[in-house]
Write a protein that binds this ligand. Structure first.
Ligand code: BGC
Length: 743
């Protein structure tokens, strides 16, 4: 749509708004039920649906530009705007191309990438994060935000690892639920993506994923279930790939049976952009909104609607447009299928207050920037810190050599659909300069460059030698083929000679700190044992550099924990070890089954580089006093786990206590341990707090395909409570008295 058309729509909407509120209505003009905010949601949906023509209905189930569906001025239905992405409201593109629109009012706050949010292990931070997304989306006029991305990290090579919430379904679920609730509290629908089993970018548009039912239920579906049932997500985006032979956007089992049937999802299912392949499948298998289909006939491709009459509007050639109309006419598709899709679209509009007057929202506020900084600080993970190498004491440092291209590289604009036009982005070097630039002599040398360059290492080594301390800021980039959609990484290595650079810098100056800016794990072999301190900083967003400086100089005590296992070598990781990544002949079998991430490393007794849940602090925490309090209510949690954490160091800090569960004699094999609870606790020096985690029956359960349900078996269980999955501090036993099955 052109700007002229948008302008033409505005008076219609204004007029409509006036009708609904400004003056008393005569009986003849009485407000339609669908505009009555006090009427029940379903009544409003029915009323509006009943007023629509077939053409109007059709217009709501497919796009009319890259990120919109058509307005229906007659009914006061505004144009509906969608936007990426998970960690900020994306720059406007289009309307009919991927080229940027060139607007001047589409700068927004860039939050840290989602893996950085997961690394906070703080559900309140997930709420704060979602709040920023929701408020900024409102201000930018967006109706549906395309996020969060919640696909489980099956392999660290996955190109979109940074866009998702790590390898554990429980941690990812807790974060996603709070994120979604916060976004939607602002009258913006959250579209959880990509449903489901979208765990690699290699051949993402065609790969057929095969896995057993139990793995699907226990590893890959729980976050989606939590997102819709607990988070109340109003929209779900299908994945590009196939599951068991059928494209996910048109997958009868996933959408009709599980999502809408078993889970009772009432919202809309949209396709990923270009993820629709067939009108009939889309009509019958649950797709409610087709987005992003390439509307232009491809050379030699005579399939489906893309080959239709060139005089048609490109969007009318969508699978759920012209061809759907044709099938409705011939009776191939019953009108009820269309009504059902439209009903879901209308429900989301009404539930997100499209007709009721929504909040204006706000953009780039100081509060949003503060939230971005706080989440970034909380998600930074201190991986190693020998001999108290960190924090650096600002007033005792004469000189610092900052080395590495990631010290100056801005990352917000990377990541394809996850790209953000940040109002500003503080680079790591800028953050360090702001923090200590006035008191210390700071030099910068790139050390390596994405595009190569002569003598870079020699110059960096000379700078390191001359300085009190060297900070190497390297890692990956938020671009293909590193942390970006469209391609997976080829390996885990640090590119562009960084390993050699680090070795030589630390040989020149033993006080060398390494900061990895990346959205996924990297290999550290060959230099980790020589370097006293290593920090994982992710892509920190708008305030990333300030957050990093806060950690390095001790203004902030690190409290992030890894949301995924860091392997020593890729061969240690499950998908690669079983020879099932990226698949063969178009199919990938998830042969490792349930043993994803730490479940695999535990079961196979492989020592990771850094375990799931790992993250150090500048203070120390002591765990004590474990007690298991049996629940007295037969319908309530069978047990509450309680213990104390004490800050035994000399600075305030936060610890993430993690609770893992092990079943002694399950009737089906289970992973050695599974995360079932966590709490982030902030403590002053010497302070002690009680942590209390109630475990409901579901926490004990595994999915039994034979019973098509979640079984909590009468058996002995062990609780392991720790500071990481491999640093268990307390252990206790509990017997579950009776077996129960829940759906
Ligand atoms: C991505 C989605 C994104 C969509 C729209 C697709 O390529 O897979 O995550 O929301 O594009 O930009």
């Amino acid at each position: 749509m052109t700007k002229v058309q948008i302008a033409a729509l505005a008076p219609v909407l204004l007029g409509f708004g006036a009708l609904s509120s400004a003056r008393p209505l005569s009986a003849a003009e009485a407000r339609p039920v669908y505009l009555d905010p006090s009427a029940p949601l379903e009544t409003r949906v029915d009323d509006l649906l009943g007023r629509m023509t077939q053409e109007e209905k059709l217009s709501l189930v497919h796009a009319d530009s890259k990120f919109t569906t058509a307005a229906i001025p007659r009914l006061g239905i505004p144009r509906r705007w969608m936007s990426d992405g998970p960690h900020g409201v994306r720059e406007d593109v289009g309307p009919d191309t991927w080229n940027v629109a060139g607007h001047t009012d589409d700068f927004s706050t860039c939050m840290p990438v989602l893996i950085g949010l997961a690394a906070t292990w703080n559900t309140e931070s997930a709420s704060a994060y979602g709040n920023v997304i929701g408020e900024e989306a409102r201000k930018r006029g967006k109706d549906i935000m395309l996020g969060p991305g919640v696909n489980i990290q099956r392999t660290p090579l996955g190109g979109r690892t940074s866009e998702f919430l790590g390898e554990d379904p429980f941690l990812a679920s807790r974060m996603a639920v709070n994120y979604i609730r916060a976004v939607q509290s602002h009258g913006v629908a959250s579209c959880v993506k990509h449903f489901a089993a979208n765990n690699q970018e290699t051949q993402r548009g065609s790969i057929d994923v095969e896995m057993d039912e139990r793995t699907l239920r226990e590893i890959y579906l729980p976050v989606f279930r939590a997102a819709v049932q607990e988070g109340g997500a109003w929209a779900v985006m299908g994945a590009y790939n196939k599951l068991r032979g059928q494209f996910c956007c048109e997958n009868d089992y996933l959408i009709n049976r599980v999502l809408k049937g078993e889970w009772g999802f009432q919202g809309l299912v949209m396709s990923d952009w270009g993820g629709t392949h067939d009108t009939r499948e889309a009509v019958f298998n649950g797709l409610d909104l087709e987005m992003g289909t390439d509307p232009l006939p491809r050379a030699g491709a005579q399939r489906g609607p893309l080959a239709a009459d060139a005089s048609q509007s490109v969007y009318d050639r969508y699978f759920l447009a012209g061809p759907y109309r044709d099938g409705l006419k011939t009776g191939e598709f019953p009108l009820a299928t269309l009504d059902e899709k439209v009903r879901r679209n209308l429900r989301v509009m009404i539930a997100t207050h499209v007709f009721d007057g929504r909040e204006a929202g706000s953009l780039n506020t100081a509060a949003h920037q503060e939230a971005a900084r706080h989440v970034a600080e909380e998600g930074i993970v201190l991986l190693k810190n020998d001999g108290h190498a960190l924090p650096l004491t600002a007033d005792r440092l004469g000189s610092i050599a900052v080395i590495g291209e990631n010290a100056v590289r801005l990352q917000a604009h990377g990541g394809d659909s996850a790209k953000i036009k940040a109002l500003y982005e503080v680079s790591p070097l800028e953050g360090i300069l702001r923090r200590v630039g006035a008191t210390a002599n700071i030099t910068y040398s790139p050390g390596y460059r994405k595009n190569g360059g002569a003598d870079l290492i020699d110059k960096a080594v000379a700078a390191a030698k001359a300085a009190d301390v060297a900070i190497v800021i390297g890692g990956l980039i938020h671009e293909r083929p590193f942390d970006c959609e469209g391609a997976d990484r080829k390996d885990l290595s640090l590119p562009w000679g960084q390993a050699e650079l680090i070795r030589r810098v630390v040989a020149a100056n033993s006080r060398t700190i390494v900061v990895i800016v990346s959205g996924s794990p990297v290999e550290m072999g060959g230099w980790l044992d020589r370097v006293p301190a290593v920090v994982q900083a992710w892509y920190g967003g708008t305030e990333g550099g300030n957050a990093l400086a806060g950690i390095l100089f001790g203004d902030v005590n690190p409290s992030g924990k890894l949301p995924c296992t860091y392997p020593k070598i890729i061969e240690d990781t499950p998908a690669t070890a079983v020879g099932e990544y990226p698949g063969r002949n178009g199919t990938v079998h998830y042969a490792e089954g349930l043993l994803v991430g730490y479940r695999w490393f535990d079961a196979k007794q492989i020592e990771p580089l850094f375990p799931f849940g790992h993250g150090l602090s500048y203070t120390k925490f002591d765990y004590s006093g474990l007690r298991l309090v049996a629940g007295s209510d037969p319908n309530g949690p069978p047990v509450t786990v309680e213990f104390e954490i004490t800050n035994t160091g000399d600075r305030a800090g936060a610890e993430v206590a993690q609770l893992y569960l092990h079943q002694e004699k399950p009737s089906l094999p289970r992973p050695p341990k599974e995360l079932r609870g966590f709490r982030k606790v902030t403590l002053n020096p010497g302070e002690r707090k009680t942590v209390s985690i109630a475990l409901d029956r579901h926490a004990f359960a595994f999915y039994d395909p034979a019973r098509a349900g979640w079984v909590a078996e009468a058996d002995d269980f062990t609780f392991q409570i720790g500071s990481s999955s491999r640093d268990i501090r307390l252990q206790g036993a509990f017997r579950l008295g009776e077996t129960t099955v829940e759906r």
